[in-house]
Ligand binder design. Sequence first.
Ligand SMILES: C[S@@+](CC[C@H](N)C(=O)[O-])C[C@H]1O[C@@H](n2cnc3c(N)ncnc32)[C@H](O)[C@@H]1O
Length: 383
Amino acid sequence: LTGWRDLAVRLAETIAAEGNLSDPAWRDAFATVPRHVFVPRFLRDDSSVVDGTDPSDRGDWLAAVYSDTSLTTHRAPVPGTNLQWPISSSTRPSLMARMFHLLHVAEGHRVLEIGTGTGYSTALLCQRLDDNSITTIDIHPDLVNQARDRLASLGYWPHLHVGDGVDGVPVQAPYDRILATCAVPTVPPAWIRQLSEAGMIVADIRGELSSSLVALRRTDDKTVEGRFLAVPGHFMWLRAAADNPLRTGGSLESTIDRDNTGRAETNVDPTILKTPGLRFLLQHPPPAIEQIWSAPRDGIQLTHIHAQDGSWAEVEPACGGRHIVTQGGPRPIWSLAEETIHLWSRLGQPTRERFGLTATSTGSHRVWLDRPGSEHTWQLQAR
Ligand SMILES: C[S@@+](CC[C@H](N)C(=O)[O-])C[C@H]1O[C@@H](n2cnc3c(N)ncnc32)[C@H](O)[C@@H]1O
């Protein structure tokens, strides 16, 4: 393929212009690595294929590959539904650039990447550092094999592994930097154990309602600590099985108990549940809220809340700023959410970057407001 170099340089310039590529060495890496080698085909939203070898697709393919977009490469069926969800993609280049920036890499650093995917971000790491110091792991064997071939065709020879990244890669540890390109609800203890002194982890800590990048520094041999960013990663989950898109490898089937429902009134407008800082906080007290959505019924817009333990609520607007709440299941989920809404207001409606995380290799996860010693802390739920 000719002409790709100009496109890669232009992509690097675009990312730099948005302020995400201040380090010239990373800028060179983006201008040097041919993304088209790692994304020979991708899927549109309707799952139709855009194939770089098909002359009728070629123009669209090349434009997309050298644009600042995430490109889905694989989807798989969601058990219990007729949906297909992504199981691998090439991450949006500017998001990768932002994560690389947060990593603060230096020559000689050993890096572990969780989520090899297409191999594109692995290639960027190999280009920026020594390929022998890069280790990458993906749960899907086919992806790792494809990535190995693509990387080798460009002369990059990192350490590639197939397996569950939740365990890290002990054989190459310790690592100065760990980068996850799939989302985790909590920091896996193995990552903390495999981090060198002064090591850092950059990951997307995600619940069902909110996703935020976090940069964590090791503070002692068992602990990492750092702040959340207002930047969502929106990564797909680090999942338990290669071909099941769901985090736990289970099924999406669920039952709602409509017996024993309770009714109440509230003056809290449920549209407040769209606010990112509040959504972040709503994830911490149990039961974990899994979904909040809005849908019309009989011409009235209802807000629905579902929690992991089967608790549910529907909130319906009534006259004079009042809302009617119907809730059921094991716990009164709207009433619990309302307590968190009031707390969030009392705390000054904090945005995500006012929160931080202290995580230990024994599995404890403390979210704090403003500083680690804050009186306002929450336990992150290992879900
Ligand atoms: C967004 S993609 C990675 C993008 C990649 N960095 C790139 O540039 O192509 C996320 C990857 O995480 C992988 N993944 C999901 N769960 C995993 C797990 N438990 N262990 C290792 N990799 C996992 C997926 O198979 C997928 O390839």
